[in-house]
Every structure is written in C-alpha cells, then in structure tokens.
Ligand binder design. Sequence first.
Ligand code: MIG
Length: 811
Amino acid sequence: MDKINPHLEDENEILEQEIKTNVTEITPITKQYLQAVSQIKVLGNQFFLGDGRSTVCITVVSDEIIRVRMAPQGIFLVDFSYGLSNEEFRISRIDTHEDDLEYRISTNTVNCTITKSNFHIAFSDRDDVRINEDEYPMHWEENTDFGGYYVYCTKKAEPEESFFGLGDKPTEFNIRGKRFTLWGTDTYAFAKDQDPLYRNIPFYIGLNNGISYGLFFDNTFKSYFDFGFQEKNQVSFWADGGELNYYYIHGPHMMDVVKRYSHLTGRHPMPPMWALGYHQCRWSYFPEKKVKEIAFNFRSKKIPCDAIYLDIDYMDGYRCFTWNKRYFPDPKRMIRELKADGFQTVVIIDPGIKVDENYFVYKEAKEKNYFCRRCDDYFMEGHVWPGRCQFPDFTNPEVRDWWGDLFKECVEMGVAGIWNDMNEPAVFGLGTFPSDVRHNYDGKRGSHRKAHNIYGMQMVRATYEGLKKLQNKRPFTITRSGYSGVQRYSSVWTGDNVASWEHLRLAGTMCQRLSISGISFCGSDIGGFTGEPDGELFTRWIQLGVFAPLMRAHSAGDTPEREPWSFGLEFEAICRQYIELRYRILPYIYSSFWEHFKYGFPILRPVVMHEQGNKENHFRQDEFTFGDKILVYPIYEPECKSVDVYLPKGEWYYYWDNRLIEGGKTENVLTPLDILPIFLKAGTVLPEYPVMQYTGEFEIHELLLNIYYASYSVNSFVYEDQGDGYGYENNFYLERKFLVSGNEHSFEISQNLEGAYSPRYENCRFKVIGVPFKVGKVLIDGWEISQFDLNEAGNLIFVCDKNFRSIEILS
Ligand code: MIG
C-alpha cells in the first residue's frame, strides 16, 4: 500500500505541527475536496486515510463517539482543546472491514463507513440504519489573509430531520431552516433571531425517524452552521481557520446524546445549595444603605431570597478588585451583616483593566507582561466602563493563576460568588478585539481569530479555579460568554434581554436550548434587563424563573427598580407564593442537579426529549420538564385565560388539584395570574422542605415526601448532602432511591440508600396522593403502624423512620 503521507519518514510517527506554513503551491489554493481514498493505516484506535495529499484521522473515542479530523496537507495541528473535559471513555471493541468500495470501522454500537471512491464518511447503527452521512467530501480553501485554511463539512439533511442545540440562539427551539454564526458578541437588548449572541457552543443534535445523534465541531475560530437554510437537504458547518475536527455522538435517544456530549465536555459540579435559591440583582444597588434596604424589604415582606448582587458601581472607578469607599466604607462588615441575615453577596468583575499607573492590578499585570498585545506588539487597548483599558490574556495559564489569586481579598471579605461580565470580550465602539491581537493559547499561540470564542470561558475558568483554591467551599460563578465546556466552571445567564412577552418566551426556549447544549445551570434576567415590565409580565417571569436552574431577577440602571414588591400587593403576593414554591421544592431541584452532575442529564428537558418519535414534539417549545418529574407550561402571553398543555404518554397529576390525567394528548387548563400549570408524573416522590427565608435558615425536623400513586412501577430519587463543600466526592452524600408500584389493593414504596451521609432529621413525613382504594392498613418494614390520617383532600398522611426499607399501603 502507498505511504499514508509522502512527507512521513517514520510510519509510526503522527505528524503534528505548531507552525502552519504548509502552503506548497504558488497560486492560492482554491476550494479543494477530498479525492478518492488511496491510503489506509491503523494505529491503535486511530485510522488514517489519505487521498494522496490530505489525511483524515478517524478516532474511536468510545463505544458511541467517533472523532473525525482532516489535515489538508497531511499534517495535523497540535492536538489541543479547551472544550474537552478529558474524562475516561470505554471502548469495548473495534472491528474493521474493507472491500473494494468501502472501509468500515465499527464499535459495538456504531459503524463509521468511508466510501473509497469519493471519501464520503457515514455513520450507521448496528442494524445498518444510516444516521448521518456526507453530502460532499470534506473540503478546504486557503486563507490568503491569515494563512491556514477555511475548513468545511457538508452533510445530508433528511427531509424530515429536525435539528436542535447551539447553546443560546434566540429563535425557535427546532433550528431547521436557519443559519448561525458562532462569534460571541455583546448584544444589548438583542432581538428575536439576532445572531450571534454571547456564547459559542458548536454542538447540535439531529433527529430523524426517531433516531437522534449529536455533532460537536471542536474548533474555536469564527464558525458557521447551516441547517438547510442555503440548501434544503444539506447541513453544513465550517470555520475561518483551525482544523476540521468533529465528534459524531451516537444516540439513539436525545438523552443519550446529551449525556455523552456532557461526558465529552464536562458537567457543572454541585453548586452550593444557596445558589439554587432566589437571587436579586440590579445595575446597581448602591450605596450600602440601599443594599441594606433591599435586604430588609425581603425579610420584612417575608419573600425568600439568598443572594444580592453588586453591579459595577461597587468598584472604585470601575477598577476590578477595588471598592468605592464612599458607597461601601466597610464592605467586610456589610457582607458579614448581610450574611447574618441570610444573604450571600455576589459581585461583578469585568476583563477590562483600567490603564492607571496607580492601580495595583494594572501595575502588576503590566510588569508581568500579562496584557494582550496587537500583532506589532502594541497593547490591545480599548474603552470599557473604566475608560481606557488593557485586557489580561486569560489563555495564558500563568495569567489565569494570577487572576485567580486576585480574589483573595474578596474571599476574605466574605464575597460568596463572582459574576463574570463583558467577557466576549466586549469593547465599546469596536465591539470586540481586532483580529490581530495575539494570545498565548496555552502555549499553542494564536491570534484573536482563534482565541475570541474561548476568551470568556478562560476568564471564568480563572475565576472559578482561583475561588476553588482560596475558599473551602464550592465556588459560585456566573458568566455571560463561554465555549463548549464552560459548564465545568460556571453558570450562565442569557444576557441583556428585554422586558417583553416575546422575550419571556425566548427565555423559556433559550434555557431549554442551553440545557440540552450541556449548560444546565442557566437562567434569564427575570423581568427583562432593558425596558419596563408591568406587574403581570414580571409575575409570569417569576413563575418561569422558579423552573429555571438559576433564578435571578435583574434590571438595567436606566429602568425603574423592580423587586418582587415593585408592582403592588396583588402581584407581590403571587411572586411571594412562587418564590416560596421554589424553596419548597429545593430538595427536588438539588436532586436534579445531582442527576446532571453524576450522569450528565440536562436539568431542563424539552418535550421532544421525552418522546422523540412523535414529530409534533419536534416543534413544542412552550412546555418542558424540570428534571424528570415536573412538567411546566410557563405562560408567555398577557391576559392568558387557558393553555393546551401536551403531556407525554403515561399518567400525570395536576399540581393544583391533584387530579389524574392520562398523557399522550393535550390537556386544557385555566391560567389565572396565580396559576402556572404544573404537572407531576405518576409515581413521583417529590421531596419538600418547609418554606425558609433563605436556604439553611433553620434545621428541618422531618423531610416531607409527596408521593403520587401510580398503577405501575416508577423510580425516583432524592439527593442530600451538606449543601456545600466536597464531601460528596468522597461518598459523603445520601441518595435515596425509591421504587413505587401500585395496583387496585396495594401501593408499595421501597427505599435503597446510597452514600455515607446521614441528615440530622430522624423522620420522613409521607403525603400519599391519589391512592385509589380505601386504606385499611399501613406496614413499615413489615410492621403495621397504629397511626395514619387522611387530610381534608383525602391524602394519606403518616410519619416514618427516615431509613425505612419498604412501606406497604393496603386496602
Ligand atoms: O455594558 O455591568 O449584561 O447584566 O448589568 C453593560 C452592567 C455591562 C452588561 C450585563 C448586565 C450588567 C451590565 N453589563
């Protein structure tokens, strides 16, 4: 056989290079397509195929993930990724097959087939069902301005195929028929369909014929995705530079795809419990007196709240890591006092460092040569809030360490969380850095063309890693920009939205999209950042916010203040009721987080994820589930009287009256302002805490378990730990795994415990809903209990030891 690469001396050496001067022709190379496969070579789980000039490397990453890379001139770029989590994968076996027409690489779930005559790559399952295939061979074109190549991949889009993903695009949930750019941008008051926004998540999911797969294009250059916009039957993705480097992720269920993508790029670690409470933000609360007044109002009005944010005005002339001593004369004392009242303080930080010889952060970074520079060595300077600024190069590991250490004083003062803003990076006037700015790129070097899309993620990574080192607790961070994998370091919010009903709907869709794109810890600015909501819009947004993993209200400085009490008593009462609901279901929310962390399941799940075979579900975006058990339909329209909610197959309980509803169809429910339609899957064990004004306000004496009867078997679980710290990494947690199953005469609940943590309370209080027979007796671990009651609503109530193994409810 021919040599895999004419430049290759030693056949066992994989050619990689850092300097990309491999242009070999005098005239620019115009669009080139891979030609017929003429060479094949195997090195372990890597398969090199060449056409005489270019080389393609196909790597079996796991039983379900196949990676494809293309080197136009046969030499790959140094293999490095900010996106990957570098977790371990399992490869059970790899089989190969070759005949005159094709070469085939198979794992125990997926085949990757390369057609020799045209270099088309296709993926199929073990039943030989084609899932994804090239429409054209991969191609490239010389970039004469910057060197390297534009790289392209064009695949077939099946007539009925739907597409999802890409992080934060403000458009319909199903993205078929649309084209997008990934180039993080500061988009104040963004409009529906505006593109690009803040985040860069090159991951999408295809779903056709009940089978779904994922594709992660791990390339940080400006990139593009076209889902049948230009050509109805084609999907293309391409980038302005770097390598054509993608991962095919096998399903067939969307849930599997998201789980595997989360394995590839990482999950959000367990957040501190308080971060799942209600957060109040504003640009800006100052001076101290104002902050205290807000805190006082929450407590005196008995509206639960865990966090107050300080926006840019807390700083001295917008200098990061400083305080405006006129507004906040003694921040440490203030933070301590807020803490004593149950409030965590979160402060904002920006990447722009004020050019000021008397400012320690500037001086240090200048001395150490940490600021980004232009191609001719001038500093990258631009205007942001502080005036003229320079910007640390967060792609330099040494800069990240330095930045992380800068939080020392913050941490000592008791600041509990850091909000990372403007990290696209945003620059007034210019928008962002010019493309000639140079970056360290973890020693791999690159211009801003290559580093732009990961700059923000490296900033929040530096923040997160610094906090983790400095404090003995789980860091809380929130970021505006990010690339795939940003979830390993931070939560995100959807950016500068608008107080409009259209934006409320977008918030619902965007959070679902972020969630299935690996970023589960997300939320929108409740109430809308710009503009002015009325009481109804704000209240509906609070209701949506209860079912967003991150629940934070925020507003721009030029708008009237908006706290839950800003719109009069009627709205205040409903907002309070819903924020209380958030606190009641906190143990459920926390458990859903654990499921995300442990297994990579998204927290918000669109209906299509529950029933992907049903084509109508590909277009549903209003209702979704939070975790596995709670389905909600937030109200996205003013004066809405009722909605038709689609419930996936199975039985559901309507939260407000506990009536049982058969799923697989829509259900019409009335929606006065105090009603957000909420449904629970039959068989759910829903843990509930008493309402607290902030997490951990008092110790609970028993855990309430709401159990929804099912006439079949259903699994549920509840996760508990200390609410902070890293005990859970060493088995110091408790996972209660429940199995419930019922028939006409009996209902059984069994419990299995995992982990070494034991909560302080002794008992669980049961509230069993929907038992269809008259209860005669209740047995706990085989012993009949003497006392159980029925409440006014007919629910069965009893108390039992928290470590029970089985409960039988008999007629
Ligand atoms: O140029 O810090 O998206 O949440 O309140 C605006 C002030 C800068 C943009 C953020 C917004 C924040 C605001 N910031």
